[in-house]
Design a protein around this ligand. Structure first.
Ligand SMILES: Cc1cc2nc3c(=O)[nH]c(=O)nc-3n(C[C@H](O)[C@H](O)[C@H](O)COP(=O)(O)O)c2cc1C
Length: 321
């Protein structure tokens, strides 16, 4: 399975830490890259393009300095997530900035990345596109993306409904490039399992909300520690696209979580509408993998733990081999 050449030797684990609105800021992303996993953030976490420009310059320099000072340590590249949706009025400016700073990995989500692939390839960057179904996977490949992120059932944020086994195996039948599997992974054992299933990378978000460096308040982190898969509510109500949210945070905002599960997406809602409904900020998103989150360590400690779990999983003997 292909690991892109630009990542070779720079990773501790085959993990891309997923971009999370409001949660993934430079502090978290830098800690992830320094721990040897690809750190990413949504460009919209920067309040305006000027701030994004400053972040990209600072992060690129910081990682280069860190790699030079620690030559024996894998230091991962970072990525930026671009929301390709008509209501993202900043898209053109943000594309210009990722080109200016030669951001190694661009993750596109929500709409097809037509027009972005060429700009990113012009400086040798990679585009991975986020999909939940086969139709969108084929469409993204037709516009030349380098890899696909397969968001299976149970993932934090906007999630699909397909089993990871079904989604991954079906895409592998027509694509042999980099595949990233997403959804409810919280341990190194799950990372290893994703590889065995045929993925090149695991894409992990929710587990990193409960870390010291994440931009999430203590109550959010504690809700992840206290919660279990049964607390996760799948609904399109807060953003127009079906996603997974923490039931107790919905209840804390005066809405009965049991009354809103399921239903149809409303494609007419804009990003502004989403934020009016307090999604992400007050109504917190999380995937189904929270039942095994018991603490909020530093990113370095969490990645070291995942590495040990990954190694254990890889060396567990099977009676059937
Ligand atoms: C709080 C939160 C915010 C998210 N924001 C974004 C985002 O801005 N852009 C995006 O492409 N995905 C976003 N996602 C989805 C993640 O990129 C990813 O698909 C997901 O975290 C993987 O599943 P997991 O959380 O179960 O590990 C978000 C997820 C969470 C939990």
């Amino acid at each position: 399975m292909p690991i892109p050449a630009t990542f070779a030797g720079k990773l501790t684990l085959p993990v891309i830490a997923s971009p999370m609105f409001i949660v993934s800021y430079p502090e978290l992303v830098l800690a992830q890259c320094k721990a040897g996993i690809v750190g990413t953030f949504p460009s919209l976490n920067a309040r305006q393009p000027g701030q994004l420009d400053e972040w990209l310059g600072r992060m690129t320099a910081d990682l280069a300095d860190y790699a030079a000072a620690n030559p024996a340590q894998p230091v991962a590249p970072f990525g930026v997530n671009l929301i390709v949706h008509k209501s993202n009025t900043r898209l053109r400016e943000d594309v210009e900035l990722v080109v200016k700073h030669k951001v190694p990995l661009i993750i596109t989500s929500v709409g097809a990345p037509t027009g972005i692939v060429e700009a990113v390839h012009s400086y040798g960057g990679l585009v991975f596109h986020d999909v939940t179904n086969i139709r969108h996977a084929k469409k993204a490949l037709s516009v030349g993306v380098d890899g696909l992120i397969l968001v299976a059932a149970g993932a934090g944020g906007h999630a699909g409904t397909l089993s990871p086994f079904a989604l991954l195996s079906e895409v592998r039948e027509f694509f042999d490039g980099p595949l990233v599997l997403a959804g409810a992974m919280s341990s190194g054992r799950s990372v290893r399992a994703a590889e065995v299933m045929g993925a090149d990378f695991a894409y992990i978000g929710t587990r990193f909300i409960a870390t010291a460096e994440a931009n999430a308040n203590e109550a959010y982190k504690q809700m992840l520690i206290d919660g279990a898969a049964s607390d996760i509510v799948y609904t399109p109500m807060f953003s127009g696209i079906p996603g997974n949210y923490l039931g107790p945070s919905i209840a804390a905002n005066g809405i009965d979580p049991t009354a809103i599960s399921g239903g149809q997406a409303d494609p007419n809602l804009s990003i502004e509408d989403w934020s009016k409904k307090k999604a992400w900020k007050d109504i917190w998103s999380a995937g189904q993998g929270i039942g095994t989150i018991h603490d909020a360590p530093s990113v370095a400690d969490l990645v070291a733990r995942m590495k040990a779990e990954y190694r254990d999983a890889a060396t567990t003997p099977s009676t059937f081999l």
